[in-house]
Ligand binder design. Structure first.
Ligand code: TYD
Length: 214
């Protein structure tokens, strides 16, 4: 069976990953690649409903365990409906956040423990791990400043600066744990510099998989 590539984008809120994913998607499309762009939490109708519960600022009483399980539940549905079928059809899937967000936000940020959160997610993803992950390495204090300027915040964004640093350290720890899979991208320059770095790394990956279009 043809197998595509599964690539995720990760980092703290405000690191610029959604913009970079859009840049890369446009570039790949222009070069004739068959790609699917999706995001978490959400990405399929049922998972989007779970997203609304997760990000609802009115759900302040949600426990950390419930939060971790809901992210995993949304992910299970997203994998089954969107990600796995696309990979099996030989497409390139780009996903804005995936399992590493749970490991960093719930495992490290909420102190549930990376191993514990990994266990529930193993059940949710049912073997569908990203082939590669672009971790956008952007200084957490600057990410916090950026997010503070946003006028409307969701439940997860109403956090303090120290939480950003904790998440950032979590992502760094994950990139050290999976150095082959998680590519640490210097995102401290302007967005066009970062775009070139991401594009260069992506070309390297396509070449490695014999997918580079001439
Ligand atoms: P979203 O508005 O999509 O944020 P972003 O544009 O930064 O990706 O909201 C997603 C929020 O959910 C974000 O604060 C990170 C958080 N999150 C988790 O805590 N765990 C997870 O597993 C995922 C996928 C996201």
């Amino acid at each position: 069976m043809a197998k595509g590539l599964f690539i995720t984008f990760e980092g703290v809120d405000g690191c610029g990953k959604s913009t970079q994913m859009r840049f890369l998607a446009e570039h790949l499309k222009e070069n004739g690649y068959d790609i699917v762009c999706t995001r978490e939490p959400g990405g399929s109708p049922i998972a989007e409903k779970v997203r609304e519960i997760l990000l609802d600022i009115g759900n302040g009483e949600m426990t950390d365990n419930t939060e971790a399980l809901l992210y995993a539940a949304a992910r299970a549905q997203h994998v089954a409906e969107v990600i796995r079928p696309a990979i099996e059809a030989g497409r390139i899937v780009l996903c804005d956040r995936f399992i590493d967000s749970s490991l960093a936000y719930q495992g490290v940020g909420r102190d549930l423990g990376v191993e514990q959160v990994f266990k529930i997610n193993e059940f949710a993803i049912d073997g569908v791990m990203p082939d590669y992950t672009f971790f956008l390495d952007f200084p957490p204090h600057l990410a916090f400043e950026r997010m503070s300027k946003k006028r409307v915040h969701d439940r997860l964004e109403t956090q303090e600066e120290a939480f950003y640093k904790k998440l950032y350290d979590g992502f760094v720890m994950l990139s050290n744990r999976w150095p082959q899979r998680i590519l640490r991208i210097d995102a401290s320059g302007d967005k066009f510099q970062t775009k070139e770095i991401v594009r260069g790394r992506m070309n390297g990956l396509l070449e490695r998989h014999g997918l580079l279009h001439e």
